[in-house]
Ligand binder design. Structure first.
Ligand SMILES: [Zn+2]
Length: 194
């Protein structure tokens, strides 16, 4: 997931929501960050044909596949949970920060208030970001790995077992999110995967 890769690559992870909003205010900087996360080796791949001959239309922030027979244009959002959304990266990134940093889960109402977007928009982002949590890649984790879990999208904040969310009222629309923490040492940074 891009955010985790950002955390590995970027030194200046925002510590507060205000910092996150400021840091992610510039659309070009957001794009740069996402490009580093998505294509860490710097080779941009076309999501349609996997071709590596790709140009960039700076004025529209779009990539252009140069492969004959494809030649499709695509944005950084194509193939991610941000696909088909007109929302700016400068809205998505603070939302992602907010959701990742809400230890006890966060509601669309809270996101709406914090980011000054409508509740509908907040719900949409929350839903999409939650979906992206479904893909946990633990294949390259090693050493001491700790596990924690939390809920996203619910109001009951004090439950800590996945099972509980399945029972009783208020569990609809709630999701248990597992987070794995790979402990670092002198040679390795700690890393979290959601
Ligand atoms: Zn292509």
């Amino acid at each position: 997931m891009w955010y985790n890769r950002c955390m590995e690559n970027e030194i200046n992870i925002p510590k507060t929501l205000q910092q996150a909003i400021l840091q992610y205010a510039d659309e070009d900087k957001c794009l740069e960050l996402l490009m580093m996360a998505r294509w860490p080796d710097g080779v941009i791949k076309c999501p349609y044909c996997e071709g590596e001959a790709v140009g960039f239309v700076r004025s529209r922030r779009l990539f252009q596949c140069k492969r004959i027979g494809c030649r499709k244009q695509f944005s950084i959002k194509v193939g991610t949970y941000m696909e088909d959304s007109p929302l700016k990266l400068s809205t998505w990134l603070p939302a992602m920060w907010l959701i990742t940093n809400a230890k006890n889960g966060i509601s669309s109402y809270e996101i709406s208030r914090s980011l000054d977007v409508t509740q509908k928009t907040a719900w949409f982002m929350l839903h999409r970001i939650r979906l992206s949590f479904g893909n946990i890649d633990t294949s390259d984790m090693s050493g001491t790995v700790e596990c924690d879990e939390t809920y996203i999208g619910g109001l009951e904040k004090n439950k800590h077992e996945c099972k509980k969310a399945k029972n009783g009222r208020g569990s609809v629309g709630k999701e248990c999110v597992m987070a794995l923490l790979e402990r670092g040492d002198s040679n390795k940074k700690s890393r979290a995967v959601c």
